[in-house]
Design a protein around this ligand. Sequence first.
Ligand code: NAP
Length: 280
Amino acid sequence: MTATILDGKALAQKIRNEIKEKVKQLDPKPGLGVILVGENPASQVYVRGKEKACQEAGFISKKIAPDKDISQAGLMKIVDELNQDNEIHGFIVQLPLPKHLDAQFIIDSILPSKDADGFSPVSLGNMLINNNKILPATPKGIMRLLEEYKINLEGMHAVVIGRSNIVGKPISLLLQQKNATVTMCHSRTKDLKKITKEADLIVAAVGKAKMITQGMVKKGVIIIDVGMNRDENNKLCGDVDFENVKEIASFITPVPGGVGPLTIAMLLENTLECYALSNK
Ligand code: NAP
């Protein structure tokens, strides 16, 4: 048995094409702002990808890139300006921020109607009470991928590894909303293998190269690999040992080409949702 590959790249391209067609009809054009503090190389790559996607979709894209030493007050001023900028319908603050800045305070200051990343307490709180508004892009992309492949989650035992505010916690809520029974695991979980062995579906969002091995999963498992790591040859890889696990899984996302491309597509979709809110 070899797993069906959940092709996030193809789905993301389809969604981006649909968005581009929609945007052609819109005037003014939707605008996405990105605040990138400092020169973190990974963040620069992510932001370039987001800017490129915006331009392709016909969005207005505005990047504000203050120096890494910017003060909390200085950054708050930029957030306030974007909150009031009528050309910018949604915006994000690229994480991580330099240590001297209070990232949560900054995110809390983004107007919920402009929170394109869906990271604000209002967006996350709405999800908690099944009142989904703007969803965090990565979990939203995962749900879209499962839907595309007509995977019915009802009654499944889903195991989520990782409990970050941007992936682990929100995906556990979205899976529950679709009637999966969810187990959350993290660095203090005892006997992870015992739990993963029982999973019908695993979402790995840890950040440890190939930590989920074939011996940790059961035959027919569905694997969603969120991790973005470098292997011993400096090649991009996920949290799952793809080559071996795909031999016994029923569905699996590759890295790259799985969850990652959908994150950007969902950010564009979220910006369109912010745009719609601005016209209400
Ligand atoms: P994170 O904030 O880096 O946290 C990692 C999580 O993994 C924590 O909850 C931690 O537990 C848990 N963990 C660490 N070691 C573990 C172990 N040995 N066993 C079980 N759990 C363990 O998480 P994140 O920001 O969600 O990122 C996770 C990965 O996804 C990273 O590789 C990141 O680059 C990638 N990512 C990809 C995308 C995409 O679009 N593809 C988007 C976001 C993130 P504790 O809470 O106990 O510390």
